[in-house]
Design a protein around this ligand. Structure first.
Ligand SMILES: Nc1ncnc2c1ncn2[C@@H]1O[C@H](COP(=O)(O)OP(=O)(O)OP(=O)(O)O)[C@@H](O)[C@H]1O
Length: 741
């Protein structure tokens, strides 16, 4: 081994070579993109759209490589048999196809994350390469020597690189951890995908990071399956999704749909919140039956015969004939709206027959040849339409749910024996009330029995579009087979996917996100402790393969009732549960703050199931300030003081601070101080504990924690564990138990 300078110079040469290959590969894609775009594929719009699809595909590939530019190479492994491998964000090969850089997800990269002194996995050395732009700025070596290995204490991989990453200021956007993934995290990232895996981890143990890296890993390891079906990531809030949106692209992956439960149904959005009690009532599995019954209530057999007078003819429709039509329509079509056309057709057949025999009885000469116009006349007749609607009312799922909640008598009729009077009273509200997350999940469930409702013209348009798409697909396939563009770097399927989808961003993700009935190959759920049984049902519908990674923390649950076991929280998804893993180390929160949060949680009777061990502590991590009044003036002074500390530690303008307060005072504080109520909007953000879920900040100013804890011990635990460096508690004297001394 040479001197440090020599080693650095050597690694710089290797890294330069790898970047040269990255550049060349990217140039190759761009050249292909230009070549395709310059071809003249005949005049038809379809040909043009295929050409554009191919060009866009090459553009995507090049863009994918743009995204991995930063810290492209971060590791090196030296094996006992004198082999050397470099580990990085993507796999790259030299001119003779020899591997230059191994994708972090490849099996050959695994020892980088798993090797320990006791189990070196064939390695003699693991090296972390620290880089800035394209320069190697440092190296950190772990030399494996089984003789000297000790079994005691916490072992961290690449401790120097890890600690350097953890002590950096926060930008309000999560970064990837690909160069410092720890062994217990790696186990989960690469775990088997069959069934549902729950990952329980205290605050800051890397659950979100692990979930995202697992998504990237699966897109690589099960590319064939997942590139066609996609991966869905479910997070707690739109702010959280913004917080994590950069992680997968920096790992070279974009084909992932991320959503909150409030955005699960395309075209609708939850804008209101409600109490955990009400959310729990609305999230019960009882709604599966209630909504099925409610849907059936829209299909009514009249008590007496229906009489029509049309063109001077008296027509009658017996209740039994209507009942038969309802039965037949139900039998052949799974949803109410979907079955309506069949019901109407059947009724029109019955009425047409009745019309023709009434006309004949009057001596008119009508036969089978006349059935067409008679039917059409009946279809458009006002009285017929009215009666048909009364028997089979079409509704959008949203409007029907609104109606159900705005009409106590209707709710009692369909749910009287499944919901108590108190529960029904709690649900009742105005028709136009804004929707909550639980409402969206109910609408999603209702869509299953009620079905999509579209007017016939829209349906005809959709059918036309479908046929056109099908034609485009076939042509794309043929063109591909004949064109010379297909090579080892392009998969036909990708191009076909592109050709059949709206051509912007990642085709598959866009198509999936717009389709309520899309089924995904894998689903990742973050903050999973918050989901209701009905929400699990909605996710299971989207994942027939039952391949799910579910991460969360029982101790961070918003609902004030304690939950001790994941199996109790997963509702219908518990049946798919195949394994539980635990993350035990907190990377975010300093030990002093973590201890205080645990004390408060224990005192409230909500201890965490596996209190994590914090890997770091910092001086002066926790301050409690008592003020006569928690008013804007005091808060401003404290925040200014904390911002000055951040400037001193990280440099002017760097780092982030959140003011976290009880939900009902956030608006007042915002009005008095002018702070943005978006936790990620700028350097200072103001939010309640729930909105801070999953996020982290350098500094947190926590306002009146007792008030937060009284409403929800889980929320207070969340709020206390957000900072990476400092927690400043502000109180007018009242403190939650566990903090008083
Ligand atoms: N192996 C690692 N290397 C570097 N940083 C890490 C590692 N694991 C976690 N971190 C960092 O620790 C912080 C906490 O991670 P993350 O947000 O994923 O934790 P979490 O368990 O989801 O937290 P919470 O439940 O409190 O929201 C993040 O800044 C993350 O980047």
């Amino acid at each position: 081994m040479g001197t440090r300078e020599e080693e650095l110079a050597h690694e710089q040469r290797v890294v330069d070579d790898i970047y040269a290959v990255l550049d060349a590969t990217r140039d190759h894609y761009r050249a292909r993109q230009r070549a395709v775009a310059a071809t003249q594929p005949g005049g038809s719009p379809q040909n043009r759209s295929e050409r554009d699809a191919q060009a866009a595909h090459y553009g995507d590939q090049a863009h994918r490589l743009d995204n991995v530019e930063d810290r492209l190479v971060f590791g090196r492994l030296d094996t006992a048999d004198a082999d050397t491998r470099y580990i990085g964000r993507v796999g790259l090969s030299g001119a003779d196809h020899e591997p230059l850089l191994i994708d972090w997800r490849a099996p050959a990269a695994r020892p980088f994350y798993q090797a320990t002194a006791l189990k070196p996995a064939g390695l003699v050395r693991r090296r972390h390469l620290l880089t800035r732009l394209r320069r190697v700025t440092g190296i950190e070596d772990e030399v494996f020597d089984v003789e000297a290995a000790s079994t005691s204490g916490l072992t961290l991989q690449g401790e120097g690189a890890l600690m350097a990453a953890l002590s950096q200021g926060r930008s309000g956007r999560m970064g990837d951890i690909v160069s410092t993934i720890q062994a217990e995290q790696d186990e989960i990232i690469r775990a088997d995908t069959r069934g549902l895996l729950v990952v329980q981890g205290g605050p800051g143990t890397g659950k979100t990071a692990v979930a995202l890296h697992r998504a990237a890993y699966l897109l690589y390891a099960e590319a064939e399956r997942l590139n066609r079906s996609g991966v869905l990531i479910v997070g707690p809030s739109a702010t959280f999704l913004r917080y994590i949106e950069q992680v997968l692209p920096t790992l070279g992956e974009t084909g992932v749909v991320s959503t909150t439960l409030g955005d699960l149904v395309p075209g609708l959005r939850a804008t209101a919140t409600e109490s955990p009690t009400l959310a729990a009532i609305k999230g019960s599995m009882r709604w599966v039956d209630i909504l099925a019954a409610a849907t059936r209530s829209l299909e009514r057999v009249p008590k007496a015969s229906l009489h029509f007078e049309i063109d001077g003819l008296k027509l009658t429709l017996q209740p039994s004939r209507i009942a038969t039509a309802i039965e037949r329509a139900r039998r052949d079509h799974p949803t109410h709206n979907g079955a309506r056309a069949a019901f109407v057709a059947d009724i029109l057949t019955a009425l047409t027959t009745s019309y023709i025999s009434a006309a004949r009885a009057q001596g008119q000469d009508l036969g089978d040849a006349d059935r067409g116009w008679v039917r059409e006349e009946l279809r458009t007749h006002r009285d017929v339409r009215r009666e048909v609607n009364l028997c089979w009312m079409p509704y959008t799922p949203e409007n029907f749910l609104r109606r159900l909640f705005a009409r106590p008598a209707l709710l009692e009729e369909v749910a009287g024996d499944l919901l108590s009077a108190d529960e029904r009273a709690a649900i009742a509200r105005e028709y136009s009330a804004p929707l909550t997350e639980a409402d969206i999940v109910l609408i999603d469930q209702l869509s299953e029995t009620l079905g999509e409702f579209e007017d016939p013209r829209a349906l005809r348009r959709a059918e036309l579009e479908r046929r056109q798409n099908e034609r485009a697909l076939t042509q794309a396939r043929d063109t591909l087979a004949n064109a010379g563009f297909e090579d080892g770097l392009t998969r036909a399927a990708d191009l076909v996917d592109r050709a059949s989808a709206p051509l912007r961003g990642n085709a598959l993700a866009e198509r999936a996100a717009a389709d309520r009935t899309w089924t995904y190959g894998h689903i990742v759920v973050d903050e999973a402790q918050e989901l209701s049984p009905l929400a699990w049902e909605a996710l299971l519908r989207r994942c027939p393969s039952r391949s799910l990674t579910v991460v969360g923390d029982l101790a961070q649950r918003h609902a004030p009732t304690r939950a001790d076991r994941w199996a109790d929280l997963l509702g219908p998804a518990a049946r798919a549960l195949r394994g539980e893993a635990v993350l035990s180390v907190c990377y975010r929160t300093p030990a002093t703050i973590m201890d205080a949060a645990e004390r408060v949680a224990r005192a409230a009777g909500h201890p965490s199931p596996h209190a994590p061990r914090a890997v770091r502590d910092v001086a002066d991590a926790l301050t409690i300030t008592t003020v006569p009044d928690v008013d804007a003036a005091h808060l401003r002074t404290i925040v200014e003081d904390e911002i000055a500390r951040l400037d001193a530690r990280l440099g002017s303008g760097a780092g982030t601070l959140a003011v976290i307060a009880a939900t009902d005072v956030v608006a007042d504080i915002a009005a008095a101080t002018g702070w943005a109520t978006d936790a990620l909007a700028g350097r200072i953000g103001l939010c309640d504990a729930r909105a801070s879920k999953g996020l982290e900040f350098d500094t947190v100013v926590l306002v009146d924690p007792a008030a937060i804890g009284e409403a929800s011990p889980g929320d207070l635990y969340v709020a206390m564990t957000r900072p990476t460096t400092r927690l400043h508690i502000v109180t007018a004297g009242r403190l939650p138990a566990g903090l008083r001394d």
